[in-house]
Design a protein around this ligand. Sequence first.
Ligand code: HEM
Length: 266
Amino acid sequence: MPAWTCTRHSDRASRVSAYGRPAIRSDARGALATLIAARPRVPAIRPSARALAWIRAVLFVSALVPLARLFALGYADALGANPVEFVTRSTGTWTLVMLCATLSVTPLRRLLGWPWLLRLRRMLGLFAFFYATLHFTTWLWFDQWFDPASMLADIMKRPFVTVGFTAFVLLLPLAATSTQAMMRRLGRRWQELHRLVYAIALLGVLHYWWAKAGKNDVAEPFVYALVVAGLLAFRLVWTTAGAVRARRATPPSRARAPGRPGRRRP
Ligand code: HEM
């Protein structure tokens, strides 16, 4: 069990660090550590390679259900009075759902202690891109008829379209660098680049909110805003708590001694 999840150790650490330095835990940091330590205890599920392949296959098929539904409704001529609007809205919603699912992999992996969840993240991210491409193509093709002047006019006239467009453009480098080879090639920079997914999700929510604000109907965008804010908050809390743990674990020789000025960075 990691030291910070052990109550006895944490109690001691709140007063004196493992190396005898005065504790650096402030009330806020203590609250963070307590919050994370209170994570649910769930069974350590470790699927075999075969089981994981099945989980991936089920997820893949499930993620295609919204598209199959659109085809089925289209075939049955049941896309409503405005089929283009129906398809735009459906693909937009699924883009946002897939973005939220991608962002929830890391919190779930950490809270449940299931590292294999990470193996599903790329697929979810690519499905977000897939639905975003369908969403964008619907607008480009059936709304704008590939007319650059009309596209430009719409982007200028409706700011929420500009925001959606920005989110889509930001998704492009993430999709392009989603392969294992690119991950190896970019190293640390890959992680930095892929943090853009938080900005994309925020822009997606803003786009949705803006589109609905004109109709005074922001209940659903509000739910997505809460989800994205919660996921972002989890990341900030986890990173801060990690920095606190790292500081505590630093041997005193490397830490700045009291009264001795630290070396200034150039
Ligand atoms: C990551 C990128 C994007 C996300 C997450 C996203 C998400 C959404 C969502 C959730 C909706 C509302 C669905 C509903 O009303 O139920 C929507 C609507 C819409 N989006 Fe996007 N979108 C994105 C990119 C784009 C792009 C690139 C365009 C076009 C350039 C675009 C154009 C539209 C339009 C025209 C609507 C319809 C608004 C309405 O009339 O109600 N979106 N989008």
